[in-house]
Design a protein around this ligand. Structure first.
Ligand SMILES: Cc1cc2nc3c(=O)[nH]c(=O)nc-3n(C[C@H](O)[C@H](O)[C@H](O)COP(=O)(O)OP(=O)(O)OC[C@H]3O[C@@H](n4cnc5c(N)ncnc54)[C@H](O)[C@@H]3O)c2cc1C
Length: 393
């Protein structure tokens, strides 16, 4: 096909990460004509390769939807690690433990590698999905009933709706003229893949310290991911150490329950909060990190993205079923009205935790000790928090 010919689709999605790929899959499975534009395809799975440093905790609500889409069984055939318990503490002798058994579930969630979840979604793409990869967008223009995207290759795609799922630094959000609110946190986080002396663990824990939380996430086999939040200069300093030197620092700073781990690899991430001023402009709509980037403290970012994706695709599929406009302002307003407050609530809750647990001011120290004590003694509150953590109401 000549690059100047305009190709027509119902929907174009920019960004085939975890959120964009799930949206593309749900819509193409429902029979819509979908174009997916992504810069870089996920790498193939090789069981001999060490786990990716970017891992996410996936809650039960996301797991249920990914199962419905058919991606979860593929992921299970690759690599993932369920966890049954979630612990939070300041001092190891006063642990608050949330257990799947409290809400009569077998597990609270899974730790998955981001690139494997993305790959599992890509593996399900049906033949009617048009994949443009590697590709990126050069220009965007809108009329009242369609959007035209020009790709760097010169190809032109016209659709009724464009979904921007191109991450926190979204180019599409800028092209659509949507502004943002937000800031960079003073803290950053170091993530390290470690070998542990224990067989596969079923607990994820987080210790709150005045300089920031220290967390452990279990991985398949005798491995895990440790996350160390601290002031950005300290994190950069840690990230520059050799695996042996970093191992020594971890063993000094982390509680004993980590065990005699050995660092395999590490990287660091800046922490940002970002909230798009609105979730759509004309016929361009945002989903996932393009709409909201949240402090990863409680591992909710992509779970919120999947909740966006599920609602947006349900509204679109319903509109198509009733022969209504799949990019109407009414549909997009409905999406924004439901998702923006939910995402903002989670962001503000995380900021509250960040303030409460991330410093050593006297009254706050007392308050957080009180919060942990109340949480550990109240069965009803613990159940409520556990339900919230797994993504159910
Ligand atoms: C340290 C850390 C730990 C985290 N832990 C968790 C956790 O435990 N649980 C959790 O739920 N979340 C977690 N998160 C958040 C989670 O990683 C993000 O919410 C998630 O990656 C967002 O997915 P997304 O698909 O919206 O965006 P991204 O993952 O950023 O994907 C965007 C995609 O768009 C593509 N793209 C970008 N620009 C273009 C373009 N112009 N054209 C074409 N393609 C483009 C990119 O290549 C990429 O594939 C964590 C984040 C960090 C930093």
């Amino acid at each position: 096909m000549s690059s100047n010919t305009v190709q027509h689709f119902d929907i174009s999605i920019v960004g085939g990460g975890m959120v964009g790929a799930a949206i593309a899959l749900a819509l193409s499975q429902a029979g819509l004509q979908v174009a997916l534009i992504e810069k870089q395809a996920p790498a193939e799975f090789d069981p001999a390769n060490a786990p990716d440093l970017r891992v996410s905790s996936i809650n039960l609500a996301s797991e249920a939807w990914l199962t419905k889409l058919g991606a979860w069984p593929s992921l299970q055939q690759m690599r993932l690690c369920p966890y049954r318990r979630l612990q939070a503490f300041e001092q190891p002798q006063s642990v608050v433990c949330f257990d799947a058994a409290d809400i009569k579930r077998s597990h609270l969630g899974h730790i998955v590698e981001n690139n494997l979840l993305q790959l599992a979604l890509w593996q399900q793409f049906p033949a009617n999905l048009s994949l443009f990869c590697p590709a990126s967008v050069a220009t965007l223009s809108q009329t009242c009933d369609s959007v035209l995207l020009s790709l760097d290759s010169g190809e032109q795609l016209e659709s009724k709706l464009v979904i921007a799922a191109d991450g926190g630094n979204s180019q599409l959000r800028r092209l659509a003229g949507i502004g943002t609110n937000g800031w960079q946190y003073q803290q950053a986080c170091l993530v390290a893949l470690v070998n542990t002396p224990y067989p596969q663990q079923d607990v994820t824990w987080q210790q709150f310290t005045p300089s920031g939380p220290k967390a452990f996430l279990p991985l398949p086999g005798a491995q895990g991911s440790v996350v160390w939040y601290d002031d950005a200069p300290r994190v950069k300093q840690l990230a520059a150490l050799s695996p042996e030197q970093l191992t020594a620092e971890l063993l000094k700073a982390f509680p004993d329950q980590l065990g005699e781990v050995k660092v395999v690899s590490s990287s660091w991430f800046p922490l940002a909060r970002l909230d798009a001023n609105r979730y759509y402009s004309g016929r361009v709509v945002l989903a996932g990190d393009a709409a909201h980037t949240i402090n990863p403290l409680a591992g909710q970012g992509v779970n919120l993205g999947f909740a966006d994706a599920k609602l947006l695709t349900e509204l679109i599929i319903d509109a198509r079923r009733h022969s209504r406009d799949i990019g109407s302002a009414q549909l997009l307003q409905n999406y924004q009205r439901k998702r923006k407050p939910a995402n903002l609530l989670m962001m503000s809750t995380m900021d509250g935790f960040y303030q409460l647990f991330g410093n050593d001011i006297g009254p706050l120290r007392n308050l957080r000790q009180l919060a942990l004590t109340i949480a550990s003694r109240s069965g009803a509150l613990k159940k409520l928090v556990t339900h919230y953590a797994v993504g159910s109401e």
